[in-house]
Write a protein that binds this ligand. Structure first.
Ligand code: CA
Length: 412
C-alpha cells in the first residue's frame, strides 16, 4: 500500500466488504451506558467461557480506553468508488515489482522450503506480502500500526455492525496471548485487527499460522519466514493448485457473443475458445480442460481474463476480484512477466445515478428499454444497452459507459 488510505481500503476488504463503495458502518450502536471499565468487566464471562485465563485477560485489558481513531475509521462512510486500474496502479507498482524480485533472492532457500511443503509458488507468497504490508514496511508506520487488543476491544465496545467481528476477534486475540506467541505490547496490527507481514486476523492466525522457522513461536510480526509460511499454509488449505496460474489475459474474436461478457458461468477453456475467447499473443492454454470464468472488469475496452481455480483461492485471502487480479499480476511481474497486452480505459469513470437514469430514459425513448428509470443498471438495462450498441455499430458489451451515454445524447 503506497498510501495510508490505500492501506485502509485493503484492510477493510479483509472484513469481507467490497473494495468499491465501502460498507456503511454507522456508529449507531455506540454502547449507551457502559463505561470502558464496565464494559471490560461485562466482557469477561465471554472470554472466560472461551478458555481465556483471568491473568491474560487482566493484563490485556486493564485500563482499556477506546481508540478514537478506530472509532472514526469504523464509523466512516466511503463514497469513493475505485476503478480497477486505480487499484492496480497503487498495488502493482514498479517499486513493488523490483523489491519483490530482490526478496525472492534474499529468501530463496526459505521460499523453496515453503513451496516444497505447501505447493504454493514463491512469487505468489511474495506478492501477497507486498500487497498486504508493503513487504513489512507498514509495520513500522505509527499511523497504521495499533495495539490489536485495543483496536478490537474498541470495535467490540462501540457496538454497531462491527461489534460482532470485534468480539470474535478479541477472544481469538486473547487466546493468542495466552499461548505465548506474542506479548500484548508486541501484538500490533491494523485498526481492524489484521496483523503482521501477511495481515492475518486473529481467527485466521489461530487456525492457520505456522512456526516455519522452528523457534517455537508463530511470529508473523517479526519473522518474515513464519509470515510467508503461514500464508503458504493458508492457501494450501484453501485448495491452491500447485504449479498452476491464477488466470490468463484474453481477447475476443469476431465469433464472440458480447452477451456473455458478464456471464458468471464456468466453462472449460476449450469451450471458451470455441466461443471466440482466445489467449493474448497467440499462446495456447496449457490445460484446455480447466474450468474457467470470464472476468472483464472494463467490459470490451480493457484487459479481460479467464480465471481458474487459484483465482478463487486468492479470494479466500481477501474476497475481492481486484485483490485477486493484483496478487496474480504482481506475482507474474515478479516472475519476470510483462504488463497486460491491452490498456485500461483510464478516462472512463462510473456514471452517476443521475447519468444512469438519463441513460435509461434515452434508451426508453429509442424503444430499447421499458423497465424502471431508477439509475440501477441490471440485466434489463444491460440488454437494452447491448441492443442499442448493436444497432449503431458499437461493441455490444452492455456496459453503462460514458461512451454509450454520449452517443445516445448526440443521436437523440
Ligand atoms: Ca517462529
Amino acid at each position: 500500500m503506497t498510501t495510508e488510505s490505500a492501506s485502509g481500503s485493503c484492510l477493510r476488504r479483509r472484513l469481507g466488504f467490497p473494495l468499491a463503495g465501502l460498507a456503511l458502518l454507522g456508529m449507531a450502536g455506540l454502547a449507551e451506558a457502559a463505561s470502558p471499565s464496565q464494559w471490560v468487566r461485562s466482557f469477561w464471562p465471554t472470554a472466560k467461557a472461551a478458555g481465556v485465563s483471568r491473568t491474560v485477560y487482566n493484563n490485556a485489558l486493564r485500563g482499556f480506553t477506546p481508540d478514537p481513531d478506530v472509532l472514526k475509521k469504523a464509523g466512516s462512510q466511503s463514497e469513493f468508488k475505485m476503478q480497477i486500474w486505480d487499484y492496480l496502479d497503487i498495488t502493482v507498482t514498479e517499486d513493488r515489482i523490483i523489491k519483490g524480485r530482490e526478496l525472492l533472492t534474499t529468501y530463496a532457500s526459505d521460499l523453496a522450503a515453503i513451496e516444497q511443503r505447501y505447493g504454493v509458488d514463491r512469487e505468489v507468497l511474495v506478492a501477497i506480502w507486498g500487497i498486504e504490508s508493503r513487504y513489512g514496511a507498514v509495520l513500522n508506520d505509527p499511523k497504521i500500526v495499533k495495539s490489536t487488543i485495543r483496536s478490537l476491544a474498541t470495535l467490540a465496545y462501540q457496538g454497531g455492525r462491527r461489534a460482532k467481528f470485534g468480539r470474535t476477534q478479541l477472544v481469538a486475540a486473547l487466546k493468542i496471548l495466552q499461548r505465548g506467541d506474542v506479548t500484548p505490547e508486541a501484538m500490533t496490527g491494523s485498526w481492524a485487527g489484521a496483523m503482521g507481514h501477511t495481515q492475518f486476523i486473529p481467527t485466521t492466525y489461530n487456525a492457520y499460522a505456522v512456526d516455519f522457522d522452528g523457534d517455537g513461536r508463530r511470529d508473523i510480526w517479526n519473522s518474515e519466514v513464519d509470515a510467508l509460511g503461514s500464508a503458504g499454509a493458508y492457501l494450501d488449505k484453501m485448495g491452491w493448485r500447485d504449479g498452476q496460474t491464477w488466470g490468463y489475459e484474453v481477447e475476443f474474436t469476431s465469433r464472440f457473443n458480447y452477451g456473455l461478457i458478464r456471464s458468471k458461468t464456468a466453462r472449460t477453456l476449450k469451450e471458451w475458445q470455441r466461443r471466440g475467447v482466445r489467449r493474448v499473443g497467440g499462446k495456447a492454454f496449457p490445460r484446455p480442460g480447466d474450468s474457467a470464468t470470464l472476468y472483464a472488469p472494463a467490459g470490451a475496452k480493457g484487459p479481460a481474463f479467464l480465471v481458474i481455480k487459484n483465482f478463487s483461492v486468492i479470494k479466500r485471502y481477501n474476497n475481492s476480484n481486484f485483490y485477486a487480479v493484483a496478487v496474480g499480476h504482481l506475482s507474474d511481474r515478479i516472475r519476470g512477466g510483462d504488463g497486460f497486452t491491452k490498456a485500461w480505459p483510464k478516462t472512463e469513470r462510473p456514471l452517476t445515478t443521475a447519468e444512469k437514469e438519463n441513460l435509461q430514459k434515452l434508451l426508453a425513448a429509442r424503444g430499447h428499454y421499458d423497465g424502471p428509470i431508477d439509475g440501477k443498471i441490471g440485466s434489463g438495462s444491460r440488454g437494452a444497452i447491448r441492443d442499442y450498441q448493436l444497432k449503431v455499430g458499437l461493441t455490444p458489451d452492455g456496459m453503462d459507459s460514458i461512451e454509450v451515454l454520449r452517443h445516445l445524447e448526440a443521436n437523440r
